[in-house]
Design a protein around this ligand. Structure first.
Ligand code: NAD
Ligand code: WQD
Length: 339
């Protein structure tokens, strides 16, 4: 049985991935400092998976604590979700973003190097492509300098990992997520929105439940069929399964040095209005909205060509948008009944 360190494993994508790992017979050790998650998620992971992962509540910037963890456990690989991820906040606090996202990453890689461990999976983002010139976006699409410091931490993280893999003969996988949405079908795991959500689906959900009065649709004058911007919304459980496939591939491959890069999306673009209408259909609730000016920094369109992941990992997004949006609503009801 392989033991995998999952950093940020109580967070949104991490918690769903921990469940998939446990269900595929991996031992899981979570490190999460609870800066954007809550302890009850650990109980819920156990409830869903029937197994409780080992959990260490500390900040990955604390190298000495990380070192003690590696002394205590034989680790076979890492999936590194831990990061700050709020695009707007990263513009106000760039140093906090560089420090948290990059020092944490480097600390783990130093332990990997010192102890001769391989197999590292990194949460990257479609944000590294910026507004690509052509759709769909494949892995060879040129990268553009991201607008936000957050986006830059993802590009820098990728570069650090490429150098690390090359210099020290390691296996790494850089997974570029498009727009993750939805919750676990049990309604026991999902995204915990802190404060006013920036992302579309959490905002739509809170508007439907009456927490927010109205959704602001940021622009209806984009050069798209209905004038609203287009993204590739990928169901979080599908995304979680891709991590298990990427990890299994790294573990199985015989070459010493591997740098895998995969786009993880559905290959389908949906406009903001389509998401709103789909949410209303899925859940039989109204989402009041108003059209506003475009949001600064937003791009018109981004959707993935995810054929490489299908070919090399045998992974394909399977869940329709409406189904993903139904799970989001179930999670919202769960959170309200918990409060
Ligand atoms: P999340 O905030 O829900 O999860 C991140 C977890 O990491 C949180 O539980 C937080 O408490 C923990 N964490 C942060 N800094 C830490 C530190 N220094 N030490 C220990 N724990 C720490 O975020 P998520 O949506 O699950 O995203 C997971 C990863 O995927 C992130 O790296 C994010 O940048 C990336 N990503 C997310 C999206 C998205 O839209 N959600 C899209 C592309 C990429
Ligand atoms: C989607 C669409 C908005 C909110 C962000 C990060 C990116 C990645 C995914 C991590 C856009 C519109 C939104 C609202 C709206 N994260 N919208 N009203 O901007 O594609 O990407 O999350 O790596 O780095 O930048 O996602 O969910 O914020 O927006 O009209 O209240 O919904 O303008 O067109 P985005 P999003």
């Amino acid at each position: 049985m392989k033991t995998i360190l999952v950093t940020g494993g109580l967070g949104y994508i991490g918690s769903h991935t921990v469940v998939e790992l446990l269900q595929n017979d991996f031992e899981v050790i979570i490190v999460d400092d609870l800066s954007n998650s809550e302890r009850f998620i650990l109980d819920n992971i156990e409830q869903v998976a029937g197994k409780r992962p080992i959990f260490y509540p500390f900040d990955l910037k604390r190298r000495e604590l990380l070192s003690q963890l590696f002394d205590a456990h034989q680790i076979d690989g890492c999936i590194n979700f831990a990061a700050f991820k709020a695009v707007g906040e990263s513009q106000e606090k760039p140093l906090d973003y560089y420090e948290n996202n990059l020092f944490s990453l480097i600390n783990i890689l130093q332990e990997f190097k010192a102890r001769n461990i391989s197999n590292f999976i990194f949460s990257s983002s479609c944000t590294v492509y910026g507004q690509a010139d052509e759709m769909p976006i494949d892995e060879d699409t040129p990268l553009k300098t991201p607008e936000s410091s957050y986006g830059k931490t993802k590009q820098m993280g990728e570069e650090i990992l490429k150098d690390f893999a090359t210099a020290h003969k390691k296996k790494v996988s850089l997974l570029r997520y498009f727009n993750p949405i939805g919750s676990h079908p049990t309604a026991l795991l999902g995204e915990l929105p802190l404060g006013i959500p920036n992302n579309l689906v959490p905002y739509v959900t809170q508007t439907a439940s009456g927490i927010r009065e109205k959704l602001s649709i940021w622009g209806d004058d984009y050069p798209t069929a209905d004038g609203t911007a287009i993204r590739d919304y990928i169901y979080v459980v599908d995304l979680a399964k891709a991590h298990v496939k990427a990890l299994q591939k790294l573990l199985a491959v015989s070459s010493e040095t591997v740098i895998d890069i995969y786009n993880l999306g559905t290959g389908q673009g949906s406009s903001v209005l389509e998401v709103v209408q789909s949410f209303e259909r899925a859940n039989h609730v109204a989402v009041p909205y108003q059209i506003c000016e475009r949001r600064a920094g937003d791009i018109t369109i981004a959707y993935a060509n995810a054929e490489k992941a299908e070919k090399e990992l045998g992974w394909k997004a399977a869940t329709p948008l409406e189904e993903a949006l139904r799970t989001t609503w179930e999670w919202q009801k769960y959170l309200e009944q918990r409060a």
